[in-house]
Design a binder for this molecule. Structure first.
Ligand code: GDP
Ligand code: IMO
Ligand code: MG
Length: 424
């Protein structure tokens, strides 16, 4: 049985949660490998909506093991709130395991996220404010607190006291902020540690065991390719690697275990947070897509910026992730639009046309999109039960997207629920 990676190929929120939930009906294990509670993955099943942030989207199936790998950053308070919320709704979380190597988001990380954003003035990244960047900074600096530190009380007390004192200096003396009460934080987190200790297990070992037993494994990406720290729109990115390669590092297994890499996209483009977005729409069409597609952030509730489908981004994602297939969601949102635009290249201010995603963010900021126009489609797509039932113009749009992206489109989303996904 194959191991599949599912990654976002735009700026996040492509509907990864839905695709994982659908594929998880046949999977034994679902692994989250990077990011933290900046992610918001929506799963709709039997008329119920679940918004998952850290818990993998396979959790709704009682027999699926859900693993959180060493590359994820864990906010103990938030994950406990999420687990409690799921248990209250009758979802069993005994199959959830967290790698002891995962780093812990502490209150100073959230505080510094806010302070460093404020200090950027007009050049804010527009982070989710969850302390993600500051936590990964400490990880790279080798001063972070890991889950195994958290659950060893004496080690945690010592580390947190030292790190907390240093962070208070940065908060007060560099940013002019108010110091945190480190003693109170330590007591609070010792309490969280007691509740989280039973969930700890070596995710690298568990994942590899599942591989050896020929089990079906899904790696659930968070964020998206253009939010990747290296190949995304730096500095307007997150602080982890949402690419397929990040799934291996962040779960502790090598790339040879992977059989398929599925990229999830929307039939148009959205972005939440700041940074260049060549196909962004500032007109009524943009508002219409936002309202009809309910494009408001799952984690922060912020309105998402909307724009036309960008094939330059998609080709960048096909290459950077080694995609073997695409799952494209939200075709239903575009129904009724007479003519659809698709960006196939970018134009520099001097008129030069280029077709590869630029490395230099300044080039991206200065370029304008080169569009091709495609006839739109109409009708209520959300009721279609098979690919063949789709209007011919919609199938033509899908075939066109497949051609300009250079990757087969295997799944077509026509609504948010499990049964609104058509296999092709
Ligand atoms: P994720 O972060 O990639 O998991 O995506 P989010 O859950 O943040 O955002 C995707 C939104 O689109 C959610 O509200 C989904 O329920 C919804 N969604 C997913 N696929 C479709 C689709 O094909 N059509 C419609 N209308 N909504 C969809
Ligand atoms: P899912 O998994 C969309 C964006 C933030 C901001 C930038 C940095 O639901 O697709 P951070 O808090 O990570 O330091 O913010 O990244 N961002 C996301 N945008 N979907 C996400 O996750 C995101 N996670 C982070 O808006 O622009
Ligand atoms: Mg999301």
């Amino acid at each position: 049985m194959p191991a599949k990676i599912v990654v976002g190929v735009q700026w996040g929120d492509e509907g990864k949660g839905k695709i994982i939930d659908i594929l998880a009906s046949r999977a034994d294990v679902v692994v989250r490998s990077q990011g933290g509670n900046n992610a918001g993955h929506t799963v709709e099943s039997n008329g119920e909506t679940y918004k998952l942030h850290l818990v993998p989207s396979g959790i709704l199936y009682p027999n699926t093991t859900c693993l959180i790998g060493c590359g994820v950053v864990i906010d103990p308070q938030d994950i406990l709130r999420e687990i409690d919320g799921l248990i209250q709704r009758g979802i069993d979380c005994n199959n959830l395991k967290i790698d002891p190597r995962a780093h812990v988001i502490m209150p100073w990380h959230r505080k510094l996220d806010g302070l460093s954003e404020a200090a950027l003035g007009g050049k804010q990244i527009g982070t989710t404010g969850r302390g993600i960047g500051p936590c990964y900074m400490d990880k790279a600096e080798r001063s972070g607190i890991r889950m195994y530190d958290l659950v060893h009380e004496s080690i945690f007390r010592e580390k947190a006291a030292a790190v907390g004192a240093l962070k208070n200096k940065i908060i007060t003396q560099i940013y002019g902020g108010e110091a945190l009460d480190v003693d109170t934080i330590i007591e609070e987190y010792v309490g969280y540690a007691k509740r989280l200790a039973p969930y700890l297990a070596d995710v690298s070992v568990l994942t590899y065991e599942a591989v050896k037993q020929d089990k079906e494994i899904l790696f659930e990406g968070a964020q998206g390719t253009l939010l990747d720290l290296d190949v995304g729109t730096y500095p307007y990115v997150t602080s982890s690697h949402p690419l397929s390669a990040g799934c291996c590092i962040g779960s502790g297994v090598g790339p040879t275990v992977i059989d398929e890499v599925i990229g999830v996209a929307k039939a148009y483009t959205t972005r939440v947070g700041a940074g260049p977005f060549p196909t962004e729409l500032f007109d009524e069409m943009g508002d219409m897509i936002r309202n009809r597609g309910n494009e408001f952030g799952t984690t922060t509730g912020r309105p998402r910026r909307t724009g036309w489908f960008d094939a330059v981004i998609l080709r960048h994602a096909v290459r950077a992730n080694g995609l073997t297939a695409l799952a494209i969601n939200k075709f239903d949102t575009l129904s009724g639009i007479e003519t659809l635009k698709v960006c196939v290249a970018y134009k520099k201010p001097d008129g030069t046309i280029f077709t590869e995603y630029p490395c230099d963010i300044q080039e991206l900021e200065d370029c304008t999109p080169v569009y091709e126009e495609v006839p739109g489609f109409s009708g209520d797509l959300s009721k279609c039960k098979t690919y063949d039932e789709l209007p011919q113009e919609c199938k033509d749009y899908i075939a066109y997207l497949e051609k300009v992206c250079g990757c087969p489109i295997k799944m077509v989303g026509v609504g948010p629920s499990r049964d609104q996904n058509l296999e092709r």
